[in-house]
Design a protein around this ligand. Sequence first.
Ligand code: 5GP
Ligand code: MN
Length: 345
Amino acid sequence: MEKFQEFKSLINGNPLKIVITTHHKPDADALGSSLGLASYLKAKGHNVIVITPTDYPEFLYWMGGHKDVVIYNFGNEKKSERLCNEADLIFSLDYNNLSRINELGKAVANSNANKVLIDHHLDPDDFADFEFWSVKAAATAELVYELIVKLGDKSFINRNIAECLYAGIMTDTGGFRHSNTSKNVHLITAELIQAGADVTKVSKLIYDNSSLERLKFIGYALSEKLQVLPEYRVAYFAITAAELKRFSSKTGDTEGLVNYALSIKGINMAALIIDRTEAVKMSFRSIGNFSVNEFAQKHFNGGGHKNAAGGRSEESLETTVKKFEEALKEYKDELLEKPDVVSVS
Ligand code: 5GP
Ligand code: MN
């Protein structure tokens, strides 16, 4: 990290007003790394507020500090702007482009606070004064762990911080299955368990905490909505707003669905295309060499990682699906390449 000593003296200095922001519809890594960092910085004596641009799934409500999160679009627009204006330091966690935090991005951009980026996505924008960024990290939570250790404060990692960070690492590695599951991931995970993380509790709360309606929705999607394009080795779901309503879909209910499409034998790329009314949101996953990050950037104003990315479209669901299928033509050869891995997602 450039200017690390300067950053360290800020963190070890007088109490600061700190705002931590993370991306639209935070997942376990986004929220876990934010709340883990927040707990640590509070223990260092700082005044810390986590602001999310939107709500997040209920299966993350167990994380310590969740009740104090300010959700920007829940009528907290003015409050968030004030907090950003008054802040000495603003952290950007698990995203690297201010468009990922919607309108909150303007409040961050307009603030005179020092900006700190902690992230593991490809192609970061240049908006931060301090960067703690690595695409080699499986999760932002891994980087938060390393940052705390680098600051000499490993002993500050209590059970809550350990469980928040563990949740981020567990989910961003797909339960320690994806190709980003490095030796470092397991070494850090061991340290988090040592610090008190209860792995059974965290995995139960995150993975086995579905409503009956969510399971029925997954069943419906699998039996009625899964499209397979064997000529491209691609499979995808396109979900309408009416279908979300029919199954009373809540934030987080569609998480993981795209992986079912990728789990089909012979499929190299999967997509989940959802009409979220304000826009059509897309999730992409791949195995092997095919870069869904590049695909999402080029065609759907998105980005992410090589094997997991997202994007959006302002057009109708139907038009977006057509555009998606059309875009695949350009990549036919690449998509048909046999990946040199047995299974990653
Ligand atoms: P998911 O499909 O789980 O929403 O996201 C997969 C990955 O892509 C995550 O790392 C997420 O942060 C990133 N991502 C999702 N949607 C977008 C998007 O619209 N733009 C960018 N730049 N990244 C995205
Ligand atoms: Mn992440």
